[in-house]
Design a protein around this ligand. Structure first.
Ligand SMILES: [Zn+2]
Length: 289
């Protein structure tokens, strides 16, 4: 099986997958229930979404483990089950994509603010991410992906914790949900300055606000770094219609933006919230796949 780094070197653009949470909601996940609950409760539906993305053209699947760190699980039904949850989430993807598929272990923020703004200390943070990363590695992922981060300290501590247990490649992705800055005021250039020196294989953004904001974010990353740029934008801005949330970008609209990112030089592309398998299929077609 080619490694992630070989695959990245070979392919001008790698197509990854779309959202987990919003698609699960469309498949019946009740509001307020974490997607990770389905890893144990209804693994068939987790495999089904992975399979739909693979059929749509995704060649790089992310595990359903975004919130599977000890800090985030602490008060919920999965408290104390970090290790088995991450291993199982990795196995579920592998069962679908096989040994030839590329599997990224999704790692999200703790949901806590770093001290002095909140309770998150360096020690707790490093330990939580070391535990999650070790379990994803033991579950068989090819690469780790820190995604939707917004605070530099938390992500830097996460990298230290993860690197204490594994040498797997580690992608860094921030969410610029204030438009072109994170909620902590971090810019794409700040992310590059903090993580490029650490030798990460790809760096960029996911989620965020509007597609136009993500257009600017991608431009700023491409200006700031020669490290391969990763971009998984939201399918536009969410709009609440009655009791459902609809993302404004249809597959063709999202694909037009994403293909433009690839043309400008982004190397790993996909979509975040609101991105369905139909959106990924439209991107694959627009990439000429
Ligand atoms: Zn998102």
């Amino acid at each position: 099986m080619p490694s992630f780094l070989d695959r990245l070197a070979d392919r001008h653009v790698l197509l990854t997958d779309g959202a987990t949470g919003t698609n699960f909601q469309g498949m019946g996940l009740p509001p307020g229930v974490a997607p990770e609950d389905w890893v144990f409760d209804v693994p068939d539906r987790v495999r089904e979404l992975h399979a739909r993305f693979a059929r749509a053209g995704s060649e790089f699947a992310l595990t359903c483990s975004f919130g599977a760190n000890s800090a985030r699980l602490a008060d919920g039904p999965l408290a104390g089950r970090v290790r088995e949850l991450n291993i199982r989430a990795a196995e579920l993807v592998r069962e679908v994509v096989g040994e030839e598929g590329l599997v990224g272990g999704s790692i999200g923020p703790t949901g806590q603010l770093v001290e002095p703004y909140g309770p998150l200390t360096r020690e707790l943070c490093e330990a939580a991410y070391a535990e999650q990363a070790q379990a994803l590695v033991d579950g068989g992922v090819d690469v780790l992906v820190l995604e939707t981060f917004f605070a530099l300290e938390e992500a830097l501590w996460a990298v230290d914790g993860i690197r204490s247990v594994t040498k797997l490649p580690l992608i860094i992705s921030f969410s610029f949900d204030q438009g072109t800055r994170t909620m902590m005021g971090v810019s794409p250039a700040d992310v590059v300055a903090a993580f490029e020196p650490l030798g990460v294989p790809a760096i960029g953004a996911n989620c965020g606000r509007s597609l136009e904001d993500n257009d600017t974010v991608v431009h700023e990353f491409l200006q700031a770094t020669s490290v391969p740029v990763w971009i998984k934008p939201n399918a536009g801005v969410p709009q609440v219609l009655g009791d459902t949330v609809v993302y404004e970008a249809d597959p063709g609209t999202l694909a037009a933006h994403v293909v433009d990112y690839a043309r400008q030089g982004a190397r790993i592309v996909g979509g975040c919230c609101g991105t369905t398998p139909e959106h990924i299929e439209a991107i694959a077609r627009a990439l000429g796949r």
